[in-house]
Design a protein around this ligand. Structure first.
Ligand code: SF4
Length: 347
């Protein structure tokens, strides 16, 4: 048996029964692939079930309100994924009259669908012979072929595409792609790969050359940007002011408390004396509590967040914000860090 046959055979015998497997419905595959992009399989399970129950078809998703879609995504992070799903669902129902794109070339035109996802849907749902290369597959390929090209450079990606193309040639493409991903996730793992029980160890170049833990190679990535968020939790009776994030920035479309972003870290004693703070919060207001600094990591940003809980008498800028009752808050999609704050501090 060649290497591809052995990996597929291993997959048939040992595959995990995941709820989105064993279907050729491109809508289901699309949702699961997008959800799994930055989310672990175990965590995605419940979210997936809830999402599919509420939006069982592309039509149901297209006709939903964006706030509701974001609500069903709440907790998964990377909300652009949900907004793109919603946008693309409307595009499929509207411009494509409900016909799901059925080739890699058409699928990749959908907003939020990259090379990997387009290849996964095209191969699993429509049997197109195209390799879907995610982080797991890069690792398996790098080790099998002892390949030192960087997996995050365009030249390196081209090389890995060639290697995967070579392996997929005579296989059922959907099974091959799923087998490779599963193999990377469960056997050829980043740390402590199970080389002793690996069915292709004697064909694995990295295993023979003892270079397994050096691979895959990744070029050093971008710098993390620090940002400093001071949230003003302005309470008026049993209501609180919120606003929708509209700019092209993180958390677009989600709700937050009035925000003052500062260029650097600022001590609370200094912040409450600053003009920015005093422009928004009148002196007859009462500061109830100032939180510790919370560090919240996103892919390329590190947010330093502090919440200022304040009892207001009057608010000069009320027209720019929505005043909503505390018990209504859960209807508004908010970032995870604000959700945690609300849960622990407002009820
Ligand atoms: Fe991966 Fe080890 Fe198998 Fe090579 S021998 S494919 S490194 S698990």
């Amino acid at each position: 048996m060649n290497v591809s046959d052995k990996i597929i055979d291993f997959y048939y015998k040992h595959k995990r029964e995941l709820i989105w497997r064993n279907t050729k419905d491109p809508y289901i595959i699309w949702i699961s692939e997008i959800m799994l992009q930055q989310t672990r399989v175990n965590q995605a399970n419940d979210y997936f079930l809830r999402f599919i129950k509420r939006f069982p078809t592309v039509y149901k998703l297209a006709e939903a309100d964006e706030n509701e879609v974001l609500n069903y995504w709440q907790g998964l992070g990377y909300y652009t994924r949900a907004r793109n799903l919603h946008f693309s669902a409307k595009y499929i129902v509207g411009a494509l009259k409900g016909t799901f794109p059925n080739t890699y070339k058409e699928l990749i035109k959908l907003k939020g669908v990259g090379e990997y996802t387009a290849a996964a849907i095209a191969s699993i749902a429509f049997d197109e012979k195209i390799a879907a290369i995610d982080g797991n597959v890069y690792r398996v390929l790098a080790r099998l072929f002892n390949e030192y090209s960087s997996i995050n450079t365009s030249q390196g990606k081209k090389r890995f595409k060639e290697l995967a193309g070579f392996m997929i040639a005579r296989q059922n493409p959907g099974d091959f792609n799923q087998a490779m991903m599963e193999f990377g996730a469960t056997v050829c793992k980043p740390v402590k790969p199970d080389c002793e029980i690996c069915p292709v160890a004697n064909q694995c170049e990295a295993f023979k050359k003892r270079t397994v833990m050096e691979l895959p190679v990744k070029k050093k990535s971008v710098k993390i940007r620090n940002r400093y968020f001071q949230y003003l939790v302005l309470l008026k009776g049993k209501s609180v002011f919120v606003q929708k994030r509209a700019e092209n920035d993180i958390w677009k479309g989600l709700y937050q408390f009035p925000l003052i972003e500062t260029k650097q870290n600022i001590a609370p004693e200094k912040f409450i004396k600053s003009n920015k703070f005093n422009d928004l919060v009148y002196s007859n207001s009462q500061i109830l509590k100032i939180s510790e600094e919370i560090k919240h990591r996103l892919s390329h940003q590190l947010l330093h967040i502090r919440f200022y809980k304040i009892k207001l008498e009057q608010f000069a800028h009320a027209e720019y914000y929505n005043l909503i009752a505390l018990e209504e808050l859960e209807k508004y999609p908010v970032p995870k860090v604000i959700e945690e704050y609300i849960k622990n501090n407002l009820f």
